[in-house]
Structure formats: structure tokens, C-alpha cells
Write a protein that binds this ligand. Structure first.
Ligand SMILES: Nc1ncnc2c1ncn2[C@@H]1O[C@H](COP(=O)(O)OP(=O)(O)OP(=O)(O)O)[C@@H](O)[C@H]1O
Ligand SMILES: Cc1cn([C@H]2C[C@H](O)[C@@H](COP(=O)(O)O)O2)c(=O)[nH]c1=O
Length: 210
């Protein structure tokens, strides 16, 4: 396995559905690996065998909002225990497509989960632990929806939500980013992929390789 001289970092990608995270995650992982850094690429909900089963339920079965929030955090608890924390302890960087900011944006802001219930779950599942860097892909829901439609894939339970839902999710993400500006980098996701890739490379270089 590749060894790294750098302290391992936990980097997350966030944004509404269709924001364009997937290909940028692959580019960042390739960039880090080219520097000799061992990287664990993962996603939420998911990232473990149990988490992937919960993902299937979460993306396709209708359920009560609090059930949805608790299942997101149940999958996350498993993800932390089985994947994220062991990787960081072993010196590997972790790049995750979504983490708890998604629960804040989708369940609290999007669906109206009580904020104190979110806070309690977050404190329970990962007290004092947050990503080192969160790249928030920001764009108008109409643009993101056109991208999702363009993939030709059958939309899941979240992707079928209306535009006003995604307006609230977007606002929730931006509010959370404003409360932790040192952790977040808000990316203008309307730009061409190459411009976004260059910005992410610059952010990572400035923070850890300058
Ligand atoms: N910067 C971009 N400009 C235009 N189209 C893009 C851009 N980035 C990605 N796309 C296209 O938009 C679609 C969605 O991209 P992608 O799957 O990367 O989004 P995502 O954020 O991972 O979505 P989800 O959260 O729904 O999985 C894909 O067809 C992709 O090719
Ligand atoms: C972690 C997390 C995710 N979601 C939603 C957001 C997306 O619509 C799906 C995951 O699909 P993706 O293709 O991997 O983006 O789940 C959520 O509502 N709450 C969460 O905590």
C-alpha cells in the first residue's frame, strides 16, 4: 500500500443532486494518488456492506422523516466504525461523497426535521468530529435537474423531489457553510468541469502542499 508523509485528511463533497460531484471526486482521488497518498474513496449513504443495504432502502422506500434521518445516521455510524476511522488511523486519506452536512441540508432544511434532533444525532454519532475540508457544489436546482434528466437514469426518491425542495436543500447547505467557513469551500458548479477541477486542485494544494 502507498504510504504518505502527510497527516491523513477527511474530505467531503456535498451539493444537490446533479451538482456534478462524481467526476470531480474521481479527479481529486487521482490527484492525491499521483502524489503518493493512499486514498479511500467512499460515499453516503453507503460505504459499507450494511450501509449499501440501507442506501437501497433509503433511496427507494417511502418512510417517516425521522426514520429517514435515523437511518442516515445509522449508516453513518457503521461507515465511521468500519471504514472512515480505521482508514484515517492507518494513515489513509478519506474522500466521501456526502456526510452529515447532507442530513442537515436534505432532512432539516429540505424536509423540516427539527434541528435539535439533528444536533442530537450528530453529537451522538460523531462528537467533535467533522471533515477537514468540505467542497460544496452550488448551483440552481433547475440546472441540476436538467443534468439529472440528461443522465437517462431512473430517478430515485430524492431525485423525484420538486424544485422548491431543492431550493430549500441548497439554502440549508449555504447556511451550514456560512457557519463553518474555515471548513467549507463553496464551488460555483455551473462552470465547465475543467475549471472546477482546477479550483479543487488549488484548494488542496494551498491547504496541504504549499
Ligand atoms: N460542470 C459540469 N457542467 C455540465 N455538466 C456536468 C458538469 N459536471 C457534471 N455534469 C454532468 O451532470 C450529470 C450529473 O453529474 P454527477 O453524476 O457528477 O453529479 P452528482 O453531483 O454526483 O449527482 P448525484 O448527487 O445525483 O449523484 C452527469 O451527466 C455529468 O456528466
Ligand atoms: C448522506 C445523505 C444523503 N441524502 C440523499 C442525497 C441524495 O439524494 C441521496 C444520495 O444519492 P447520491 O447519488 O449519492 O448523491 O441521498 C440525504 O437525504 N441525507 C443524507 O444524510
Amino acid at each position: 500500500m502507498t504510504q504518505t508523509a502527510h497527516a491523513p485528511r477527511f474530505i467531503t463533497f456535498e451539493g444537490i443532486d446533479g451538482a456534478g460531484k462524481s467526476s470531480q471526486i474521481a479527479a481529486l482521488v487521482a490527484l492525491l494518488e499521483a502524489r503518493g497518498i493512499a486514498v479511500e474513496q467512499t460515499r453516503e449513504p453507503g460505504g459499507t456492506p450494511l450501509g449499501e443495504r440501507l442506501r437501497d432502502v433509503l433511496l427507494h422506500e417511502p418512510m417517516h422523516l425521522e426514520t429517514e434521518a435515523m437511518l442516515m445516521f445509522a449508516a453513518r455510524r457503521e461507515h465511521l466504525a468500519a471504514r472512515i476511522l480505521p482508514a484515517l488511523e492507518a494513515g489513509r486519506w478519506v474522500v466521501s461523497d456526502r456526510f452529515s452536512d447532507a442530513t442537515y441540508a436534505y432532512q432539516v432544511s429540505g424536509r423540516g426535521l427539527a434541528e435539535d434532533k439533528f444536533d442530537a444525532l450528530e453529537r451522538w454519532v460523531h462528537p467533535g468530529f467533522q471533515p477537514d475540508l468540505t467542497l460544496l457544489f452550488d448551483l440552481a436546482p433547475a440546472v441540476a435537474a436538467a443534468r439529472v434528466a440528461g443522465t437517462g437514469n431512473a430517478p430515485d426518491r430524492f431525485e423525484r423531489e420538486r424544485q422548491d425542495f431543492f431550493e430549500r436543500v441548497r439554502a440549508g447547505y449555504l447556511a451550514r457553510a456560512a457557519r463553518a467557513p474555515e471548513r467549507f469551500r463553496v464551488i460555483d458548479a455551473t462552470r465547465p468541469p475543467e475549471a472546477i477541477r482546477a479550483e479543487i486542485e488549488a484548494v488542496v494544494r494551498e491547504r496541504w502542499f504549499a
